[in-house]
Design a protein around this ligand. Structure first.
Ligand SMILES: NC(=O)c1ccc[n+]([C@@H]2O[C@H](COP(=O)([O-])OP(=O)(O)OC[C@H]3O[C@@H](n4cnc5c(N)ncnc54)[C@H](O)[C@@H]3O)[C@@H](O)[C@H]2O)c1
Length: 245
């Protein structure tokens, strides 16, 4: 297999692909031959690298997701890969009794409902072709629980649960469904967090540094490649030694 073109002829949807982890993963898959469609909020359109195809999709809204998926199928005829990078932290650095219901609901709607809706709507096309790779971006916060990040940690734990179920449900269909749980990676999302919250998270990393976008993209590309064919329902680690199970 030509390693540099392992996604040749494949069609990939990357939610949240206009920024941070999603943009880095999109660039990596494109370099290796994939046709990329980014689902992101309308304001992000200008940030998407040409010649990626951009569709304004709110991942928390079912009609929006369904229309986006239908457009990809109409244009590309297939969906081989879905990577869910769309996500928000909500307000952080505050204890549970100070979290508002609105903030909690908004974080869960984007991080959890978004992962559910996008996978729900791409799965029929993957099942009918007998091949697919879905990767949900969770977080170490979902495994460990980061103090000050109730809604976010809860949402990322839910993504791990969703992945476990989906991995089993589609295990005999040629489709793998996994999650990735990174620790801190320098992106606009992290830059927007209070410094105290970032210090709390980074101090817990044994390698005493943030992960890089290149490290995220390399692992994500492996997980959604044809080579990664005997792992499903699993949450891959990317934490500089913080998680060891
Ligand atoms: N950066 C980190 O340290 C880190 C660590 C662990 C997990 N993660 C997860 O990785 C994912 C990407 O994070 P990032 O750091 O690249 O953040 P980011 O803010 O740089 O990118 C997130 C993208 O999601 C998009 N988005 C937000 N709401 C959306 C919606 N309703 N519909 C469609 N798109 C929407 C944003 O416009 C943005 O382009 C998130 O799920 C995040 O929780 C990040």
């Amino acid at each position: 297999m030509n390693q540099s073109l392992r996604f040749s002829g494949q069609s990939a949807i990357i939610t949240g692909g206009a920024s941070g982890l999603g943009a880095a993963i999109a660039a990596r898959l494109k370099k290796e031959g994939a046709d990329i469609t980014v689902f992101d909020v309308p304001a992000a359109a200008g940030a998407v690298a040409a010649p990626d195809h951009f569709i304004a999709v709110d991942v928390a809204d079912e009609a929006s997701v369904a229309a986006g998926v239908a457009e990809v199928l109409q244009r590309r005829g297939r969906i081989d890969i879905l990577i869910n990078c769309a996500g928000i932290t909500g307000k952080t650095d505050l204890k549970s009794h100070l979290v508002t219901v609105d903030d909690f609901d908004r974080v869960l709607a984007i991080n959890v409902r978004g992962s559910f809706l996008t996978s729900k709507h791409v799965l029929p096309a993957m099942v009918s072709r007998g091949y697919g790779r879905i990767l949900h971006i969770s977080s170490i916060a979902g495994k460990e629980g980061n103090a000050g990040m109730l809604a976010y940690s809860t949402s990322k734990a839910a993504v791990i649960g969703l992945t476990k179920v989906q991995g089993k449900e589609y295990a005999e269909s040629g489709i793998t469904i996994n999650a990735l749980a990174p620790a801190v990676v320098a992106t606009p999302m992290v830059a927007a967090l209070p410094a105290e919250q970032v210090r709390y998270m980074t101090d817990k990393i044994p390698m005493k540094r943030c992960g890089t976008l290149e490290e995220v993209a390399a692992m994500a590309a492996f997980i959604v490649s044809g080579e990664a064919s005997f792992t499903s329902g699993f949450t891959f680690d990317l934490t500089g030694g913080r998680a060891v199970y």
